[in-house]
Design a protein around this ligand. Structure first.
Ligand code: P1T
Length: 379
């Protein structure tokens, strides 16, 4: 089955009791049993819920995985993976990643005795050099948030396999429309479904997708034991969003290209970060592992001044100044003070995230209007 057909059909069946074509919102906390233990596969909604099951199956199908698990947020999904670890374990992560991921690593799990190494993953040699007998996970985000670096998933997977370490890939920016990390050798895919997957800025949710049965059992145990599960109404919204993922992503990519090319030619723009440019330092990897280049773009104005970036952000009209990304509407943001404020300035600068960087999530409006908005905002 091709991607668009999967996005519409995978995981969902007409409702067995009525034939409803849309998976109903099973707004129930519990399920009646005939006799103790004699039930229809559902006991309590923290553990299982039919609307969630449909979504989990759809996500697994889209990522070419076997099992999907949904969580109350992307951070809850990340938290669940980190709960696989024990004090003394080590994680090697990219040094350019979502501020909330950095925050949970350094402000929560470091205190439980887990050590995190942050490295520039453009150089896979530096990843391998950090591996020791305590290393349990390699953590990649690609494209990275917000610098749009591309990490070689298959290259990381080869290192992870050689040393018997799990490779986690945060696929939030790409979505399975652009890349399927499990096919490239990753063990665990995570998503903030809040973004492109749900696609309409009306829900906060996360997911994990894996192939391995035992790993799925451990993660499902944590999902149930710790309880950060989403409600059925939110699952319904994500299921509905998924049905147009391929159409939305196609347009995000087209608009992303137009906006990136416009910015690149703008006399007041110093640099534009977008993996579709042939001179992007990881373009060759992006071309090999992605189907297109997405609608996330970061740029810096000439002069590299934070006050100019802030003024530009204030002038935008269609690009709404807001946290998050991946919705149908265009957003703009200032990572240094918004999504990545929890990363200390020195650490941010090491990865190249300056105070003057502007991040755009290019929506699916008409590109001409978006470019007119950029024109008036940059001046
Ligand atoms: O916001 P939540 O659904 O909990 O997902 C966290 C998360 C995980 N991974 C990546 C790559 C992310 O970008 C995010 C959330 N990011 C934003 C809110 C943002 O504006 O970048």
């Amino acid at each position: 089955m091709k991607f668009g057909t999967k996005a519409i059909h995978a995981g969902v069946e007409p409702d067995p009791s009525t034939g409803a074509i849309m998976t109903p919102i099973y707004q129930t906390s519990t399920y009646v049993q005939k006799s103790p233990g004699d039930h229809k596969g559902y006991e309590y909604s923290r553990t299982h819920n039919p609307t969630r099951t449909a979504l989990q199956n759809a996500l697994a199908a889209l990522e070419n995985g076997k099992h999907g698990l949904c969580f109350a947020s992307g951070m809850a999904a990340i938290d669940t993976i980190l709960k696989l670890l024990k004090s003394g374990d080590e994680v090697i992560s990219t040094n350019d990643l979502y501020g909330g991921s950095y925050r949970i690593f350094t402000k929560i799990y470091q205190d439980y005795g887990i050590k995190f190494h942050f490295v520039n993953m453009n150089d896979l040699g530096s990843v391998e050099a950090l591996i020791n007998d305590k290393t349990r996970l390699i953590w990649v985000e690609t494209p990275t948030n917000p610098l749009l670096n591309i990490i070689d998933i298959a290259g990381c997977a080869a290192i992870a396999k050689k040393h018997n370490i799990l490779l986690v890939a945060d696929n939030t920016f790409a979505t399975p429309y652009l890349q399927t990390p499990l096919d490239l050798g990753a063990d665990i895919v995570i998503h903030s479904l809040t973004k492109y997957m749900a696609g309409h800025s009306d829900v906060v949710m996360g997911a994990i997708i894996v192939n391995d049965d035992e790993l799925k059992d451990r993660l499902a145990f944590i999902q149930n034991a710790c309880g950060a599960t989403p409600g059925p109404q939110d699952c319904f919204l994500v299921l509905r969003g998924l049905k147009t993922l391929h159409i939305r992503m196609e347009r995000h990519c087209q608009n992303g290209r137009k906006v990136a090319e416009y910015l690149k030619k703008h006399p007041k723009v110093e640099k534009v970060l977008w993996p579709g440019f042939e001179d992007h330092k990881n373009h060759h990897i992006a071309k090999a592992q992605m189907n297109d280049f997405g609608g996330m773009i970061s740029f810096v104005l000439k002069g590299d001044r934070m006050e100019d970036a802030i003024k530009t952000l204030e002038r935008f009209q269609y690009f709404a100044l807001a946290e998050s990304l991946g919705g149908v509407e265009s957003l703009c943001g200032h990572p240094a003070t918004m999504t990545h404020a929890s990363i200390p300035g020195v650490e941010r600068m090491k990865g190249g995230l300056s105070d003057s960087l502007i991040r755009l999530s290019v929506g699916i409006e008409d590109a001409e209007d978006l470019i007119a908005d950029l024109e008036q905002a940059i001046g």
